[in-house]
Design a protein around this ligand. Structure first.
Ligand code: BGC
Length: 340
């Protein structure tokens, strides 16, 4: 009898130790895998830092988040390997910023098959698969999966706001008075729906305002500041005073364009206009001073908090929606003056 009691006691102790975790207190630690398409991206740097910071604020004495964040280096194979590792490590939830939206299905399939909840961020998987079907058609059911969602902003809105900022100017963007708003479009990664929609809807907003416009050049700058500068510099040489307006799909490229404009001796607001998206601090400062015409707040705080909140809901086994949208905000000079 005594022996049995002793065995029982040992069993009870062993059980309670296992349930209590290493510290001996009652702590649950969730393993969170965060895969970022590329660390070397101004906007995604703010976004990923906020993911980590916000998870920290949600920790309590009994709930901890063990975050493993990895850099995809803008390489799909690297990212695919990182997702394999997350699956092997049995992450409790994955937050994924895709390198390639056209391969979204491959990664989503793996994660769903491993029964790990998934929050996609920033790059909406709305591209085409190898057969030319949109992922919605081809993978109907995947984004409708109860444990998969996308958190992002509707890029059409940001493009529209860029065009509306131009349309609201007294000269409606016609800086040299030749009757046509001649622009260049410095594009982000063309596979990215944000780049596609911003390109399309900025110009649509000009059309909708009855503005006569002409595209002098569309060139891919891949979201990168240095490329934005190169493209704008050569366009300024090629088109000279004909060029009224530089649309950039993001602020990083717009900051590069601003440097090229200054080097060419042109002056934003006087003989040329410059628009970006994201509302990076430096861009907002420029809008306030007038060295950029406008930008659009891509709310990395709202998006990262929503992504984390939904991840936490998934960890608790709560029901979620499949799409969460965070609004953009138009940032022109008046907005900066009013909001400091
Ligand atoms: C941002 C860009 C960023 C891209 C990364 C976009 O929403 O506006 O600045 O480079 O996301 O995917």
């Amino acid at each position: 009898m005594r022996k049995i009691l002793a065995i029982l006691l040992v069993l009870v102790m062993a059980f309670s130790l296992a349930a209590c975790g290493a510290s001996g207190s009652d702590v649950t630690t969730y393993k969170v895998g965060v895969a970022i398409y590329q660390y070397n991206d101004n906007f995604m740097t703010l976004y990923r830092e906020e993911i980590e910071a916000y998870f920290k604020t949600l920790e309590t004495d009994t709930v901890k988040y063990d975050i493993t964040m990895v850099d995809g280096g803008n390489d799909m194979n690297t990212q695919s390997g990182q997702i394999d590792n997350f699956i092997t490590q049995k992450m409790d939830v994955i937050i994924l910023n895709l390198v390639q939206t056209s391969s979204a299905d491959v990664l989503i399939d793996k994660i769903v098959a491993a029964d790990i909840p998934l929050v996609l961020i920033n790059r909406e998987p709305l591209a085409y698969d190898a057969d030319g079907n949109t992922l919605d058609e081809a993978y109907e059911g995947i984004l409708n999966n109860a444990k998969v969602c996308y958190v992002g902003a509707d890029a059409r809105q940001s493009g529209t706001y860029q065009g509306e900022i131009v349309a609201a100017l007294e000269n409606k963007g016609d800086m040299n008075g030749d009757g046509v708003v001649k622009y260049i479009m410095v594009q982000g990664d063309p596979e990215n729906i944000d780049a596609q929609y911003r390109t399309e809807f900025s110009v649509k907003a000009l059309d909708d305002a009855g503005i006569n416009s002409e595209c002098l050049l569309t060139q891919v700058g891949n979201w990168d500041q240095g490329k934005g500068q190169e493209i704008t510099a050569s366009a300024l040489t090629q088109f000279g005073a004909d060029l009224d307006l530089v649309f950039c799909n993001n602020d990083a490229m717009a900051l590069g364009a601003a440097a090229a404009i200054e080097q060419a001796g042109r002056v934003v607001g006087e003989d040329i206009l410059l628009l970006g998206v994201d509302a990076l601090d430096e861009a907002v400062k420029r809008v306030g001073e007038g060295t950029m015409t406008g930008t659009v707040l891509n709310d990395h705080i709202g998006q990262s908090h929503k992504a984390v909140d939904v991840a936490v809901q998934l960890l608790k086994g709560e029901a979620i929606e499949n799409y969460y949208w965070v609004d953009y905000v138009k940032v022109d000079k008046a907005y900066v003056e009013a909001n400091g």
